[in-house]
Design a protein around this ligand. Structure first.
Ligand code: ATR
Length: 280
């Protein structure tokens, strides 16, 4: 790492924060582009998170990424938020303006869509309905991104039906709820399947879903990235469906913050993927 006393400083606020991959991503880009800057992990207790975010201008920081469990506190601490953060009621990227104002955005939906388009250039919203599994914060981002892209129908299935219904209520009629037990039959005619649950992640059970009803051309996207090849993606590839892993979403969601803080729109390339993979 190579930065001077004049370095631009940004970071990531989480609790705990030590699992965050963001420092690895941003410091890679800082080195690659020769920028005098540094990106630091901040362990920010959710009980004092609003105070911490309000202090960013006083500390001279350019801004911060925000991760679990501080995204809602970050939303509350902002002077202004963009429409996506407003919709999500959650902020993952804070920019300190020249006037010391705090602007919040949420780049998770952007990251999801950019990685989908990068990996599957033939995909378009008009390809057909999407099935989304899960109803946490990640599901909200995926649903928001797909709706913004113009996907005509989203079938949302979650173990706890009330959480899926809350998303459907918030996002409106293109989002219909499917019972968790009907997740396999909901794949009929779908163009895209997205897993946003923790199932398939290291230490968790595999996602149990029969893909028989899924058309062969449908894309299967798993937002899990540890491991990169989940049982779901392996099963999809085996029957010929295009498969997309979760690393791209993690890398692309980081781009808008980097551009704002450090002045360069950074590239997501194979070398970055390898650099992050080496530490997963
Ligand atoms: P995030 O905000 O990161 O998306 P989350 O809110 O913890 O995370 O959501 C985790 C998702 O995994 C939820 O959809 C959860 O289902 P519930 O809403 O029913 O809890 C889902 N999930 C976790 N364990 C599961 C399991 N054993 N079977 C089915 N779904 C599971």
């Amino acid at each position: 790492m190579n930065f001077s006393g004049a370095a631009r400083v940004a970071g990531v606020a989480g609790w705990p924060v030590k699992h965050s991959r963001s420092p690895r991503i941003h410091n890679y880009w800082l080195r690659k582009y020769g920028i005098d800057g540094v990106y630091v992990p901040f362990a920010v207790n959710p009980e004092t998170a609003v105070e911490a975010f309000r202090s960013l201008p006083a500390l001279g920081l350019r801004g911060m990424n925000v991760t679990v469990p501080n995204k809602e506190a970050a939303y509350r601490a902002m002077d202004e938020v963009d429409p996506m953060a407003e919709r999500m009621q959650a902020v993952n990227t804070i920019v300190v303006g020249g006037d010391g104002e705090l602007s919040g955005s949420n780049t998770d939906a952007f990251g999801f869509l950019e990685s989908l388009r990068e990996s599957q250039p033939g995909w378009s919203a008009a390809s057909g309905p999407a099935v989304v599994l899960g109803a946490g914060g990640a599901a909200r981002a995926v649903v928001a991104g797909l709706l913004d892209a113009g996907v005509p129908e989203i079938r949302l299935a979650n173990r706890t039906a009330e959480r899926a219904e809350a998303i459907s209520d918030a996002f409106g009629s293109p989002v219909g709820c499917v019972g968790w037990d009907d997740r396999a039959s909901s794949l009929d005619g779908a163009a895209l399947l997205v897993n946003t649950t923790v199932l398939g992640m290291v230490g968790q059970a595999a996602l149990d879903i029969d893909l028989a009803a899924l058309p062969r051309h449908a894309i299967v996207y798993d937002i899990v990235y540890v491991p990169l090849e989940t049982p779901l993606l392996a099963a999809a590839r085996l029957r010929g469906n295009p498969a997309v892993d979760g690393l791209g979403m993690l890398l692309h969601q980081a781009r808008p913050g980097f551009r704002e803080w450090f002045g360069t729109d950074p590239e997501v390339d194979q070398a970055l993927r390898d650099h992050v993979l080496a530490d997963l």
